[in-house]
Design a protein around this ligand. Sequence first.
Ligand SMILES: Nc1ncnc2c1ncn2[C@@H]1O[C@H](COP(=O)(O)OP(=O)(O)O)[C@@H](O)[C@H]1O
Ligand SMILES: O=C(OP(=O)(O)O)[C@H](O)COP(=O)(O)O
Length: 394
Amino acid sequence: MNKKTVRDIDVKGKRVFCRVDFNVPMQNGVVTDDTRIRAALPTIQYLMEQGAKVILASHLGRPKGKVVEEMRLNAVAERLSELLGKRVVKTDEAYGDAVKAAIAEMNEGDVLLLENVRFYPGEEKNDPELAKAFAELADVYVNDAFGAAHRAHASTEGIAHHLPAVAGFLMEKEIEVLGKALSNPDRPFTAIIGGAKVKDKIGVIENLLDKVDNLIIGGGLAYTFVKALGYEIGKSLLEEDKIELAKSFMEKAKEKGVNFYMPVDAVVADDFSNDANKKVVNIDEIPSDWEGLDIGPKTRELYRDVILKSKLVIWNGPMGVFEMDAFAEGTKAVAQALADAKDTYTVIGGGDSAAAVEKFRLADKMDHISTGGGASLEFMEGKQLPGVVALNDK
Ligand SMILES: Nc1ncnc2c1ncn2[C@@H]1O[C@H](COP(=O)(O)OP(=O)(O)O)[C@@H](O)[C@H]1O
Ligand SMILES: O=C(OP(=O)(O)O)[C@H](O)COP(=O)(O)O
């Protein structure tokens, strides 16, 4: 990465404003998945060891510029305290006199967590006044919030123009791993794209066709491609106005010599429910009243073979409606193949794919699970991430 990192600056005795992505799932005021908090620990612990006063800032959810009680960061501060084995002070605001007073009390190595930065309308608008107010709290800015790096907000972008601005270790690792995957990939290089956000992901496919040897399509996304081949897809997910684009991608794949893999069979159901009647059919035999909710057994085998022969695989988006056990087998099979592919570097991106890998207890078998869904996709599309661009060059 051509950006400075925490290693390139002296932080001893300095107040460090460190933007993290603590946008974690919560239920009834309890953090239900602390992956993103744990992912930021190396940077936080490094700053503590170096004698910095660590001021952490994050968003949680989308409160739209207002205080939403359930989106306060108190539970996050508690979880972080447990993980660090040290009390983390939490302020009820993210800037202003009370916050300044709390910071003035800090000793070297102390950690303080500001309130949800999205409680202020200026955050998402990247308001220069708010960016300045954040900057006034500190001497140095560190961005370790890879998951929010595709957002040009006051705490991810604006503030970087007022202070020495460097990347944290998580940011560095994400950019390095994803960058390596795209710039100098080990081959065969395979991308697996699934999930349901057809509109968001179709752009990624076009870009990936310039880079990969194999492109595997699954999940709800696949049916627009099946339709493009002229087959009946029943009530399966369809993005009607993307059919022509899907056709053009299949042609582009042929021109470029990219192996384009689509499901050859599917698990279809007569209802979108775990208890629906279901059966396995060939992909050109989907009954008109049924919908495809998972890839079938032949497809699972085909995809497994491709994965095992690959040296690098990036995976974004589940193969089926894995939240329902009846349609989880396809996603599980792909996750298992990735876990079994010992000589293959595996990168998982996207909230649901990461959750699926966790659900099947295979997370520790993957080489890299990205903390950013939208961010990793935008990065893989070749877009510049504003949160990274704003940091100081090496
Ligand atoms: N065949 C399908 N039909 C409908 N929804 C599907 C299908 N396959 C997967 N999905 C849904 O796609 C969702 C995840 O899609 P998406 O948000 O694009 O993935 P990610 O979060 O990994 O980027 C899951 O909730 C899953 O149930
Ligand atoms: O959870 C996040 O994005 P993701 O679901 O795409 O991984 C990030 O914290 C960014 O949140 P946002 O999409 O509300 O800006």
